[in-house]
Ligand binder design. Sequence first.
Ligand code: GLN
Ligand code: ZN
Length: 756
Amino acid sequence: MKTSIIGYPRIGRNRELKFATESFFNNKISLDELLACAKELRTKHWLKQKESGIDYISSGDFSFYDNMLDLSIMLGIIPKRYLNLELNSADTYFALAKGYQGEKGDVKALSMRKWFNTNYHYLVPEIDKDSFISLNTSKLFNEFNEAKSLGILTKPSLIGPLTFLKLAKFSFKCTSKFISELANAYVSILKEAQQFDAEWIQIDEPILVTDLTQDDINLFKKLYTTILKQKGNVSVLLQTYFGDIRDIYTTVISLNFDGIGIDFVEGKESLSLIERHGFRKETILFAGLLNGKNIWRNNYDQTLKIIERLKAITPNIVINSSCSLLHVPYTVSVEDKIEEPSKQCFAFAEEKLIELTELALLAQTPNYLNSEIFKSNAVIHSDIKKSINSQVNARIVSLTEAEYERLPKRFERFNIQRATFNLPLLPTTTIGSFPQTDEVRSNRTKFKKNLISYDEYVSKLHELTASVVKLQEDIGLDVLVHGEFERGDMVEYFGENLDGFLFTQFAWVQSYGTRCVKPPIVFSDISRPHPITVETSKFAQSLTAKPMKGMLTGPITILNWSFPREDISYKDQAVQIALAIRDEVLDLEKANIKIIQIDEAALREKLPLRKSDWRIEYLDWAIPTFRLTHSGVSPETQIHTHMCYSEFQDIIADIDAMDADVITFEASRSSLEILDAIIKSGFQTAVGPGVYDIHSPRIPSEKEIIDAIKLILKAMPEEKVWVNPDCGLKTRKNPETLQSLINLVSATIKVRKSLK
Ligand code: GLN
Ligand code: ZN
């Protein structure tokens, strides 16, 4: 049985590509040096896959920034504003990726969106009336030839036409002329592949795992009938991932693809689709059996059982990763802080290569149950199952419906809280963090490296907190925050203070461009060994008579920004985290913290790709789990939540059902569009739509903020409106923050006066 990899991480084991690219941006290295670094990385990655025994290795999966951008460039779809800069091709590429500001002009980057249900972001192709396709395949085939010169015959891989069309932004109605040009471009690519003696080409169509209309299905048929008719000697692999292709399965198998890649990890209906509708004998099934998104060792027993079932249907099976390994880190072997036996529970990209070849071997071994490889894998999995905390589980079992429901109802709480806090109309606040200056960061780093004592660390922290509290009082904000100087990252901080998480040192995963994240791992049952934020919040509250917000990260966000376990459900993991946060909420309340904010910055992240799955698979448990964190507080305690985006029109009732008293969210960049939806839905939560954009150093004028507040007041009754920035101020600098907040407060005061 053969093995295949859809794509390999490209940033480098030590993030070499990130650092080289950033040095190039800062003019510290030349383009040639950057190209050399990239080539070295590609070589390493191909050789690694080859040495590990992988049969079908991709080329073209490398990118300096993003593969969707690479495809736009390959097709010659470059908006005029970038061409007008008249930059060389490398600079044009990076102008599209991250904007350009210099002698030749000033243009913003293409917009960026989340890549399906991952934390990776792609650059959105822009197609306007003047766009036409002019093919330039040099990147794709140079890389193919580069691998060939190493003796590795790769499958050039690229994103397919339907995914491209569906994800691109059109400023006009897409014409059938454009569609046939696009199909012809793929025909030309296949012809070239043939000229270069490629045996296979991989065309990725992840869009097929989303809800498709009949029009989409017809479009798919049209595109691929053209493409496949002229494929010549090249074998075409249609690669799908991130779910099953239930809406289009029968169409897909009826076309003469040489290979079809199907995801059996996230595709919960994949197996039954194949069993029900069959699979053409002439086509090779690239079975995505190895999770390309998570870092746990594959469970060979389970996987081999699936392979057995597949073998009963079709003889030609290649074992594949479920998606590109772009979404996992390089190797667990360098993680010297993770000890055995825990370490053997993990398989990052390099370890997954070994797993693939082991599975291929076992799948051909008649008595694989007796093989050493199989047995040791089984032992690892029984170890993983042992990590059970009986106390946590007993608590979950004894949870009652009542604990998911806060009483009294929100409108009653509203009146009680109004009397308790006696805040002015349009209370002003911030989202939590204040600028992370060098002083803030170095205090944490020095303490982590044992360069200063705990007392020294805390005394500096107190000094920083006191000064930010004083600052907020001077500015005249109504509800204050402590500034979050004790935390670098909102998830990591809680992960480090909870039992059950594991942290890596080098396990970076690309999020977009040169940016990488290092998610913690949910390793075992989560519990809270001690209060986390209580002392800090108590200290901050002691400095002021104004209410000080306690500041927590919510369970869904903590889970969504971590590598989750695979042996228990997301829901169960979220409930465990929620119970820990619930205890923290109650401890804060006991310590006299009267307003508590529980951030759910990433609530939308794991919303399923198919709308039909939203409720049952996600919202039905995620929203109640959030409520579990705060349902135990008294009516006087005010619960806030915060979201980093405003695209929640489609789940607005669910957001309201989180039953927070106040929600703050990002709104300024979306021109407060969400307000319409808020009015229509009869939203009950009080709202603080961000009145200015904190993602830029620009200082908003008082007038702008007044206008934003007035717009909000058109949508919401004035007693339900808060005034605040878009998000935390962590990434900003002090001077601009100060001036922006001064303007925010003075704008609010003016609007208040006008309301009287
Ligand atoms: N409280 C956090 C902060 O202010 C929220 C950050 C976020 O939403 N990403 O930084
Ligand atoms: Zn935010």
